[in-house]
Design a protein around this ligand. Structure first.
Ligand code: URP
Ligand code: ZN
Ligand code: ZN
Ligand code: ZN
Length: 472
């Protein structure tokens, strides 16, 4: 009997702490050896000339999330996890969304049923709380946290999701008690409504005006309010999808005061600007997401945040809609106003190449920072560490072989997601994933998805150290 099922040999292993020439031995889906030379495996993969990275963890994706009766998301669990695997990821974290007037527990069970048997890589769910009733706050949430759903997202905007300040405080209070981590979508609802109505009265309804309806001040105000509420309650929170300088500065200010405020940013905020929403006809709708991409100064600020440690995670916020479809970006109402364009862009497959190319290949960030921002910190923040998030003995064999020199041009035709476009069509990158292993099984290789639906598991998560209040 060979000692290992699989050995990955001759590569350069990268973790958030080190870069080393090492071989990896894998047995029963886990890493059981990491040393200068591993022999005696049933099968060997030659990683000469390649980086051996912890598989990407994307802790912010939307998959099969209910959008109302007329709009549908372009990915189900099969296509989203296929795209994720092809893009070098081994774990994605979507959201089980509570619809108002329904039980959170029931929503979670229904969402699990959508994922069961369909995933190619592992997944773990956050919860979206839209209706924090006494039942939800008092019974459902504490029980769900104990079942391994240890993080929630709350929204400060969107008609069907927005919580008022009192409700935010109540959710924060439960999170503090249960030591769950709250992700906050920071944009002010009333300010957006006011701006939207003003723009519509002036006939400014093209997708371009989506950005004007929620300028940076709207995000900055909400970020400050969320941070203040978190300080009052004494609970750590994550400010998700930080888009620009003003919100980044709020986070940095809070961190400098010693508050446990964590933050996430995304590829769109280092590569796109509000000008991209200004396409001919409805083309700008392809870039409509919230918060919107900003400008060159904000891109520079996001890089400051990435290099100075303001941001812990770099996620895709993958939220795919078909462009040329009546249930997507070009739904009939969307042509009457930006207000009706579904918010979100696809990106789970392109997140890692974009950050590697713009960050590592261009000399802005180290390999260690890349791994921390794309894998390790996601696992640590959300309670998947030390099962996932690094390469070492005992970790799941979730590994991406990466060719740092490979040049590729991002095009819709090479991607695996369910959307019919990519916002990065024609974007040239240096550095590309060439093989993805999920628990020791090759699930993607050279742009082909080889993994089987049902290999991916739905994970339950631990309480995270990062969710511990300051006062405890
Ligand atoms: O526009 C976006 N980001 N859509 C996805 C939902 C969210 O707010 O993250
Ligand atoms: Zn959001
Ligand atoms: Zn999102
Ligand atoms: Zn399997």
């Amino acid at each position: 009997m060979p000692e290992f099922d699989l050995a990955i040999r001759g590569g350069t292993v990268v973790t958030a702490a080190d870069t080393m020439k090492a071989d990896i031995g894998i047995r029963d889906g886990r890493i059981v050896a990491l040393s200068a030379s591993v022999t005696g495996a049933a099968r060997e993969i030659d990683a000469t000339g390649l980086l051996v990275l912890p598989g990407g963890i994307d802790s912010h994706v939307h998959i099969s999330q209910y959008q109302g009766p007329d709009i549908s998301m372009a990915d189900d669990f099969a296509s989203a996890t296929a795209a994720a695997a092809a893009g070098g990821n081994t774990c994605v974290m979507p959201f089980a969304l509570q619809q108002r007037g329904t039980s959170l527990r029931q929503c979670v069970e229904e969402y699990r049923a959508l994922a069961e048997g369909r995933c190619i890589i592992d997944t773990a769910f956050h919860l979206i709380i839209s209706d924090p009733t006494p039942e939800v706050l008092g019974q459902e949430l504490p029980a769900l946290v104990k079942d391994g759903y240890t993080s929630f997202k709350v929204f400060m905007t969107y008609d069907d999701l927005v919580l008022n300040d009192r409700q935010l405080l109540e959710v924060f209070d439960v999170a503090r008690r249960e030591q769950a981590l709250v992700m906050v979508h920071c944009e002010g609802y009333d300010a957006i409504r006011y701006m939207t109505e003003r723009l519509e009265r002036a006939g400014q309804t093209r997708p371009f005006f989506h950005a004007a309806s929620r300028p940076q001040v709207v995000e900055r105000e909400a970020a400050h309010r969320a941070i203040s509420h978190a300080e009052l309650v004494d609970v750590p929170i994550v400010i998700v999808h930080v888009s620009g300088r003003e919100a980044m500065e709020q986070v940095r200010w809070a961190q400098q005061r010693g508050l446990k405020i964590y933050a996430e940013t995304c590829p769109q905020y280092i590569t796109l600007t509000a000008e991209d929403l200004d396409g001919l006809n409805m083309e700008g709708a392809k870039y409509v997401c919230s918060p919107p991409p900003r400008d060159a100064d904000s891109q520079a600020a996001i890089w400051e945040g990435l290099t100075q440690g303001v941001f812990q995670t770099f996620s895709s916020d993958h939220c795919p809609f078909r462009y040329d479809a009546v249930d997507g970006k070009l739904n009939p109402k969307a042509r009457t106003s930006f207000r009706w364009v579904p918010n979100g862009i696809p990106g789970v497959e392109t997140r890692l190449p974009i950050l590697f190319s713009e960050g590592v290949s261009k000399g802005r960030i180290s390999l260690q920072t890349f791994v921390a921002l794309t894998a390790t910190n996601h696992a640590r923040l959300y309670g998947l560490y030390p099962q996932k998030g690094s390469i070492g003995v005992g970790f799941d064999a979730d590994i991406t072989l990466w060719d740092p020199a490979k040049r590729e041009t991002i095009r819709q035709e090479i991607l695996h997601h369910g959307a019919d476009y990519t916002p990065w069509e024609g974007f040239a990158v240096t550095g590309w994933p060439v093989m993805t292993l999920s628990r020791g099984v090759v699930v993607a290789e050279d742009g082909k998805v080889t993994g089987a639906a049902g290999h991916g598991q739905i994970l339950s998560r631990d309480i995270s150290d990062f969710a511990r209040p300051r006062g405890l």
